[in-house]
Every structure is written in structure tokens, then in C-alpha cells.
Write a protein that binds this ligand. Structure first.
Ligand SMILES: O=C(O)CCC(=O)C(=O)O
Length: 314
């Protein structure tokens, strides 16, 4: 007799082990001594990577062997590109110092006015800052303030990734900047996409036809990243369909995971719909990363922050 069990699960090895345990227990209750085979099917398009290694160099937007059209096509396919032309050291240092002062101010405010929130443990969402789980935070920068003049000029005019953003969003863009920082002890994040799918997704059979990006996010680390400090890991091609949400762990076996280990001032740009996750910070120092979110003029971000102001009763 053949028995088929349908099991909706996430694509990760712990699910496989859980399924095996369940099937064995189920068979034992019936006194069966039978063989079982696991066959996996996916609910949508499953991209497959190449055996050739993908590196920050092969993903570089500035590669000289590509035309602008080929760069846009490569980004549309991978959903991610690096910008290895770094922001100069002086500018990076100046912004890092402003960021450190900013983070100190935010943390002091929590200590003084929000004693009921355990910073680094509790989840919270204010208008200006949200926790991203455990020791990871995302604090919005007010670019209009004088203290951020250098960062404002970088975000709007001087960034080495400016050509990339202009090419991907030819109808114009708005930019918002935040500081994403992970303190020592921050754990691996869950795979997630920052932005939802708002338009056409790819054809299930070909993986083609998804809408162009309405948002492009750029991460620029303010320190040199390593496996110890942690980095952002990306699931290439996952921006083409919402059906891969929940399947982040499959990126490694599909040979589509890219580790964004960059030097300070270098950057990585990704489609706002792309799955990614921040990796653990096993070092002794904070890992501050600037997040530049470029969005189509009509787009309004609602998801990532709260409504109550951190500074409201001051
Ligand atoms: O910590 C990182 O490198 C990325 C964080 C991130 O993706 C997020 O908070 O949405």
C-alpha cells in the first residue's frame, strides 16, 4: 500500500528532520515497517544559481566590461549590485563620528525616559527608531539638520552609487537615510524583504517579467566588515516573486546567497523586494551601517517605523 502525506513547510533542514520524525512516529503507532521517500515541490518560481562564484567584484556596478544597459539587466536579474568605488576616507570618518554621537544621544534618551523598555531585548517602534530584534536597531536620520550636511550631500548628489540609482529609477526618486546598527551579541536575523510586491511578479516557468524596482536600498558600512562583525546576506533573484518568502534558507543550496562583506565606504544596492538578513555581530564593537532608501516619488513608506516620537515630551 502507498500512502502520500502532503506537508506544507519552510525550506530548511530542521523542517526535513521534523517531517522524518513525524512520519516515523506515525508509522510506529500503526506498527508499520515501511520505507518513506521525501519529495519536495515548491509553490512558485525557484531560481537556480551558477557554479561560478559570485563575488563583490563580479557584482560590481562599475565593472568596465558592461554597458549601462547590461548593468541594468544584470541588476534586474540578480536584484543586487555592489559599488566598490568607496566614499572617500575623510567623508566616511566624518559621517561615522556624527553617527556615533547620534546613537549615543538616542541610547541616552532611552535610558532617561523609557526605563520600561529593555534596550537590546524588547521590541519597540518609534517614529524615529525601531528595534530590528535583539541588539539590532534602525534609527532614521533627519537629513535637513545641519549636523547631517555631509550625509545629505552624499545621499542626494555625490554618492558613488548615484549613477546606479539614476539608471534604475529613471523617473526620479526620494531618499531617506537611517543608521542600522548591530551591537555585539546581535544574532542572525530572519530572512525578510523590506518592501512588499506592489506590481507584476515573474512568470512561474521562466522567472521573467517582474516589474522594475519601485525602491532601491543601499547599505554602506561605516567600518570594515568581516565574518566577525557580521554583514548582510542576500538571496539573489528572490525579488522576482513573493512566493519565495519563507524560503530564505534555500538560498545556499540554490547557490544564490551573496555575503556583503565590504570595506568601510563601499556599498551594496538591492531591490527593495529582495530577501536578505543581517548576520550576527560576534565582535566587541558596534556595526554601524548607513541605509539609503531611494523610492519612486509616489511611494510612501509605512511599514518600518512607529508613530510616537522618541523626543515628543522634550
Ligand atoms: O544588519 C544588517 O546588516 C541588515 C539589517 C536589515 O536588513 C534590517 O534590519 O532590515
Amino acid at each position: 500500500m502507498d500512502v502520500t502525506i502532503a506537508w506544507r513547510c519552510r525550506a530548511c533542514s530542521s523542517e526535513d528532520a521534523r517531517l522524518e520524525r513525524r512520519v516515523r512516529a506515525w508509522m510506529a503507532t500503526r506498527g508499520w515497517d515501511a520505507e518513506a521517500t521525501t519529495t519536495m515541490t515548491a509553490p512558485g518560481y525557484v531560481p537556480l544559481g551558477s557554479i561560478d562564484a559570485v563575488t563583490k567584484e563580479t557584482l560590481d556596478w562599475g565593472r568596465k566590461d558592461r554597458t549601462d544597459e547590461e548593468r541594468v539587466a544584470a541588476f534586474a536579474d540578480a536584484g543586487v549590485a555592489t559599488c566598490l568605488k568607496a566614499v572617500d576616507e575623510e567623508t566616511t570618518r566624518e559621517i561615522r563620528e556624527a553617527t556615533e554621537r547620534f546613537v549615543e544621544r538616542v541610547e541616552r534618551r532611552f535610558e532617561e525616559s523609557f526605563g520600561d523598555i529593555v534596550y537590546g531585548r524588547d521590541r519597540f517602534a518609534f517614529r524615529e527608531i525601531g528595534s530590528r530584534g535583539g541588539e539590532r536597531f534602525d534609527a532614521l536620520v533627519d537629513l535637513e539638520l545641519e549636523e547631517w550636511a555631509t550625509l545629505r550631500a552624499l545621499a542626494r548628489d555625490d554618492a558613488p552609487w548615484r549613477a546606479l540609482v539614476d539608471a534604475l529609477m529613471p523617473n526620479g526618486w526620494n531618499v531617506h537615510v537611517s543608521v542600522v546598527y548591530s551591537r555585539p551579541g546581535a544574532k542572525n536575523q530572519e530572512w525578510h524583504a523590506d518592501g512588499r510586491h506592489l506590481d507584476v511578479e515573474c512568470d512561474v516557468r521562466t522567472g521573467c517579467g517582474h516589474a522594475p524596482p519601485y525602491g532601491v536600498c543601499v547599505f554602506m558600512p561605516l567600518i570594515d566588515l568581516s565574518r566577525e562583525t557580521g554583514f548582510t546576506q542576500f538571496f539573489m533573484r528572490s525579488h522576482k516573486t513573493s512566493k519565495l518568502i519563507g524560503f530564505g534558507d534555500a538560498s545556499l543550496i540554490l547557490r544564490l546567497s551573496f555575503d556583503g562583506i565590504l570595506d568601510a565606504g563601499q556599498s551594496v544596492a538591492y531591490d527593495y523586494r529582495l530577501l536578505h538578513r543581517g548576520m550576527a555581530n560576534d565582535s566587541l564593537a558596534n556595526r554601524p551601517v548607513l541605509q539609503f532608501l531611494y523610492t519612486a516619488p509616489a511611494y510612501r513608506e509605512t511599514k518600518n517605523y512607529g508613530t510616537r516620537s522618541l523626543w515628543s515630551s522634550q
